[in-house]
Design a protein around this ligand. Structure first.
Ligand SMILES: Nc1ncnc2c1ncn2[C@@H]1O[C@H](COP(=O)(O)OP(=O)(O)OP(=O)(O)O)[C@@H](O)[C@H]1O
Length: 257
């Protein structure tokens, strides 16, 4: 049995007087420590699947379990990071990172020590007394990542966390989250519609397509930590993803007489 088991999951929503099928017969098994990207165009059910796994939504049919237990509600063991950072504007950076630790009733001096550690990890130790509004979008998302890691979650769910950032900041954060999460052996489920992002980050890319939302293919990324965006191996995986979406015409042989 795998760490996360998704069996024959379907999700329908009632939209006005119609039933809309957001997910149809999804099967997926995920091992502990895997970095999984759910990749697909708008409306293919990526967030729906993530929300079901995070316990924010429920299945209409099928079963989902983590560590052998059915998912019934969100738990403090798993943390979700959203696109809009979700920081509390009236708290300093440090106090934002300590937030989850307070819910775990960790004493103040220990909280402080853990917050310091994770702020250092994301390179923001010098900004601990700043407020979120004084930071750039990329820095705010780093605070959200530090806050998420500080509670030492089993699983990190990330729903397009870098979508609002400029391309260069986004690339930096992709590299950072990839190395931090691999160092810490976290299980990550990461939603994106960006093909390059999925190739940079994932151990496996789950390719989803809409109407109804389902898994079209699962692509292992065998780049062994070598995620140089310009390397031939990287471009080869990228091409395979494009082909899965049928976005890249097959190479055609041309004959000249
Ligand atoms: N609570 C809801 N009620 C009704 N319909 C919903 C609800 N949640 C999602 N849907 C529908 O299910 C479909 C899949 O939505 P979902 O947000 O999972 O897609 P997505 O792949 O994450 O898209 P995007 O990349 O745009 O966020 C959409 O057509 C959406 O309108």
């Amino acid at each position: 049995m795998s760490y996360i088991e998704i069996h024959d999951v379907s999700r329908t929503y009632r939209q006005k007087d119609q039933v809309f099928q957001a997910l149809s017969h999804v099967d997926l098994q995920i091992e502990q420590g895997e970095f999984i990207c759910l990749l697909g165009p708008s409306g293919c059910g990526k967030s729906t699947l993530l929300n079901i796994l995070a316990g924010f939504d429920r299945v209409t049919e099928g079963t989902v379990s983590i560590g052998g237990k059915p998912i019934t509600a969100p738990t403090i063991r798993n943390v979700t990071i959203f696109q809009n950072y979700g920081l509390l504007p009236w708290r300093t950076v440090e106090k934002n990172v300590e937030l989850g630790l307070e819910s775990l009733h960790i004493p103040a001096d220990k909280r402080h020590e853990i917050a310091e550690h994770y702020l250092k990890l994301v390179g923001l130790q010098d900004f601990r007394h700043h407020h979120p509004a004084e930071l750039s979008g990329g820095m705010q998302q780093r605070v959200a990542i530090a806050r998420a890691l500080a509670v030492d979650p089993d699983i990190l769910f990330m729903d397009e966390p870098f979508a609002a950032l400029d391309a260069l900041t986004r690339m930096n954060l992709q590299d950072e989250i990839s190395s931090i999460c691999r160092q810490q052996h976290k299980t990550i489920i990461f939603v994106t519609h960006d093909i390059d992002e999925s190739v940079v980050l994932a151990d496996r890319i789950v390719i989803m397509t809409p109407n109804p939302g389902h898994i079209k293919a699962i692509l292992p990324v065998d780049l062994h930590g070598q995620r140089d965006r310009t390397s031939p191996d990287f471009l080869h995986v990228r091409d395979r993803v494009f082909q899965s979406f049928s976005l890249k015409p097959e190479d055609k042989t041309e004959y000249y007489i």
